[in-house]
Design a protein around this ligand. Structure first.
Ligand code: SF4
Length: 173
């Protein structure tokens, strides 16, 4: 077993202390740096950094960053949600480490959608019907996996299909 134990620290976003969501930092008692390229291969990280090693990916709208000595998870509903995610990550880390002989490690970041390309596929009227102030904000959120074509009421059938097809080429979870 590579990762045996950790201590949890829950923090509120510094800039918005009134925010309802919490962030979790799990401080790891073991150094898991060696497993990170294997985790990147298994979980499909959107960002991989070789030195010092880290991998980031998204899960149900949360950003998860795994470093050699800590795991950070943002935008949690509550502490129990954070506990479940970190326990699941611990299992994934240890299972991946056990199977590392069968896995080709990956040192690449997954391709990401370009905000400018998403913007081109939107009506660009800034009508606000989606609840966001501009199409640029919508495009930025869609590029992070937080919006789909169906969230833009001003998009026509064919236009929605094109945006769905474009976003469908990327992995967000
Ligand atoms: S509803 Fe669509 S067109 Fe209107 S602001 Fe939102 S993204 Fe732009």
């Amino acid at each position: 077993m590579l990762l045996r134990s950790y201590t949890r620290e829950f923090v509120r976003p510094e800039c918005r202390p009134e925010a309802q969501s919490v962030h979790l930092v799990a401080h790891l008692d073991e150094d898991i740096g060696e497993v990170i390229p294997y985790l990147n291969a298994v979980l499909g990280g959107f960002q991989f950094i070789k030195d010092p090693p880290s991998v980031s990916f998204r899960l149900h709208g949360k950003l998860i960053a795994i470093h050699a000595r800590k795991i950070c998870v943002n935008a949690l509903r509550d502490q129990s949600e954070g506990d479940k995610i970190v326990e699941w990550l611990k299992q994934e880390i240890n299972a991946t480490w056990e199977r590392r002989g069968e896995i080709e490690p990956s040192y690449e970041s997954a391709p990401r959608p370009r905000v400018i390309d998403i913007l081109r596929l939107l009506p660009r009227t800034n009508c606000g019907k989606c609840g966001l102030p501009t199409c640029m904000v919508f495009a930025a959120q869609a590029g992070e996996g937080g919006r789909r074509a169906g969230d833009c009421p001003a998009l026509s059938g064919e236009g929605a299909e094109k945006l769905d097809k474009y976003l469908g080429a990327f992995r967000f979870d």
